[in-house]
Design a protein. Sequence first.
Length: 286
Amino acid sequence: MTRPTRSRRQVLGTLAAMGLGALTAARADTTGLPTTDWPQASAVPGGVARLALGPAADRPRAWAGEAPLLVVGDPAGWTALVGIPLSATPGDAQIEVETGGGRRALPYRIGPKAYAEQRLTVAPRTVELSSKDLARHERERLHQQAVIARFTEPVPRDLRMQAPVDGRRSSSFGLRRVFNGQARQPHSGMDIAAATGTPVVAPLAARVADTGDYFFNGQTVWLDHGGGLLSMLCHLSRTDVRAGDSLAAGQPLGAVGATGRVTGPHLHWSVLLNRTSVDPALFIHA
């Protein structure tokens, strides 16, 4: 016999009867709580795993290694969103979950994914770095690591993003890149070709975490969407915001350019989840 599925109201009532967090009517109201059907699930290197954590009165905490995870949902059912590194080996993996009942491991499986190769020709000095440029890049790398480590509240209420600029997708996430005949790190974002000066907007409501002019990325804006979800928008011709500014989804923040290591005007857009670059296409809601 098939067991009938309990409704959300029944689950919340059970939690309240159990005394889990003394749920009040206000606490049980799910209006405005984060959606649990986005981003698209893709448990592969560079993708996002969606792991069901079950019901709990309070939002569970979860980690992938030392990185805290974005947990969305409501007391009737929580979901951990796990950004999977491009370097991850397909096979068994796990996260750590902490609820009122203690801490436990939650296993999941990473599937295989093959990414294509892309060959590009750029200015030689951006491939064979001088000692001065190498020192600059190292300073910038450490600075950006600190930005990436941010984990702020509240978590975003809606994870459905819009493309930050209108244009043709000129390069996809995960491509194995070869610059001037030399293999380099895979492409950690999505490139959108557009003319210099084309407005760039926030893909999701955010606070500006940082801005800067970097050796590889050129003029860049970092957006903190909350809960360890960040966007990085690079190669801008100008930046119209500063750190600490609050932006609504769709609000302008700068313009497309060709700064940093580029072959022409375009926007590079990275999305990071639990300190990991993941495919922005998984977040775009058409």
